[in-house]
Design a protein around this ligand. Structure first.
Ligand code: AMP
Ligand code: GLY
Length: 423
């Protein structure tokens, strides 16, 4: 079969790589893709928001299955456009992707169905938000309602910071229209974990767990980024916790969405905080995580395309999902200055040292092929993933492999997986 993947980051490279392992697949297209994806797929220069052009391409090239990696097209209704044209597509429709697209929607859903999450209030008037803050307990968390590249969340330690935050989000519109509404919620403490789940709208099947590192600097300092590195599995997310989350979070959420007439088919990404009172939902996303995917998929034994098909066909209850009994760590190599400003166009060397049969993977995020070779073309440039029998050896392998790659202004965190030492 022919598969079209929509997106062009490290997550889509990992998805394309895993799709390429399926015996069901003989051709992969990716729109728009990147220089790494181009080594295993035919990249087509159609933007992820050009729904009609993508659907035209899928139709004229006899694409059997389209997989959408990114949040913007999902929230914008790409799946609805494809389905209306009779094209097979993996991902939630817009009315279900709202679970990522609106934090206020999701908080209301969780409250209505008694699914554990931080206490909160929603505001569309900045004056009311400011009044509420006067008596609120600090620290407190401010969240722009809409999509903000994972950056629309402010953790405020003082009343002054929180008041400035309301101004940034709702008045200065730092995150654009995402700040028309705002959620103010209780600050939670605990271990964070990301769990990606397959769902066909009725059945939900969690994958192995992972943990991201969102801040730019070592020791979780600096600005929030798209993610600077991951490890899998999380040693804190035990089988017992997984069972508890199945019963109290994942299945109730999928059931709630169905009851609301918003059947959720696709990847439900649960961002959880493991608090003293038990796991609570930080956020949901409607897609694979980036860079969680880069540590989860290399450990997956099952055929990813079969899982996609089962989600679309509503037969997920008949599928068994299996992972290797090992660990993986991904270190993101970024351009110095990310996430604020950075230069592009530097030649990258060292790719030839990566051999996946030895457990080393180099997933491309922001790269481009030129006459000079493959060059940097974004803030996050590469995701270097290594496997190992356990987290400690996977981490050592990943940092060894991160040295194989060289480019000007290369930047990385040096403490990805430091939680492993505390486990
Ligand atoms: P989100 O995009 O909602 O996952 O938020 C981004 C990051 O902000 C999360 O990964 C957490 O580290 C932090 N965060 C969000 N909500 C809370 C909360 N209620 N308490 C503590 N930290 C939070
Ligand atoms: N790694 C976090 C995300 O994909 O949103």
């Amino acid at each position: 079969m022919k598969v079209l993947i929509v997106g062009g980051g490290g997550r889509e490279h990992a998805i394309a790589w895993k799709v390429s392992k399926s015996p069901l697949v003989d051709k992969i297209y990716c729109a728009p893709g990147n220089a790494g994806i181009a080594q295993i797929a035919e990249c087509v220069s159609i933007g992820a928001m050009e729904f009609d052009a993508l659907a035209d391409f899928a139709q004229t090239h006899d694409v059997d299955l389209t997989v959408v990696g990114m949040d913007d097209p999902l929230c914008g209704g790409i799946v609805d456009v494809f389905e209306k044209r009779g094209l097979r597509v993996f991902g939630p429709r817009a009315d279900a992707a709202i679970i990522e697209g609106s934090k206020a929607f999701t908080k209301d859903l969780l409250k209505k169905y008694h699914i554990p999450t931080a206490a909160y209030e929603t505001f569309d008037d900045p004056q009311k938000a400011l009044t509420y803050l006067q008596t609120a307990k600090m620290p407190i968390v401010l969240k722009a309602d809409g999509l903000a590249l994972g950056k629309g969340v402010l953790i405020c330690n003082t009343l002054q910071e929180a008041m400035d935050g309301v101004k940034e989000i709702m008045q200065d519109r730092k995150f654009g229209a995402a700040g028309n509404r705002m959620v103010i919620e209780e600050f939670m403490t605990g271990r964070e974990v990301s769990v990606l789940c397959f769902s066909d709208g009725k059945t939900v099947v969690p994958m192995t767990s992972a943990q991201d590192h969102k801040r730019a600097g070592d020791g979780d300092t600096g600005l929030n980024t798209g993610g600077m590195g991951t490890f899998s599995p999380s040693p804190f997310y035990t089988d017992e916790i997984n069972d508890w989350c199945m019963e109290h979070i994942y299945q109730p959420t999928i059931d709630a969405m169905r009851q609301e007439g918003r059947e959720f088919k696709g990847i439900l990404f649960a961002g959880l905080m493991l608090t003293d009172e038990g796991p609570k939902v930080l956020e949901f996303n409607a897609r694979f995580g980036d860079p969680e995917t880069q540590v989860v998929l290399p450990r997956m034994k099952s055929d990813l395309v079969e899982m996609f098909e089962a989600c679309i066909d509503g037969t997920l209850d008949q599928k068994k999902l299996e992972f290797e009994d090992n660990a993986a760590v991904c270190v993101v190599l970024a351009s110095d200055g990310y996430p604020v400003s950075y230069e592009k166009g530097f030649v990258i060397s060292g790719f030839d040292k990566f051999h996946e049969d030895e457990g080393y993977y180099c997933f491309h995020a922001g790269t481009k092929k030129t006459d000079k070779g493959i060059v940097t073309n974004g803030g996050r440039v590469l995701g270097v993933t290594a496997k190992g029998p356990d987290l400690l050896s996977a981490r050592a392998n990943a940092y060894k492999a991160a040295q194989w790659i060289d480019f000007k202004n290369k930047y990385m965190r040096h403490d990805i997986g430091r939680a492993i030492d505390e486990a």
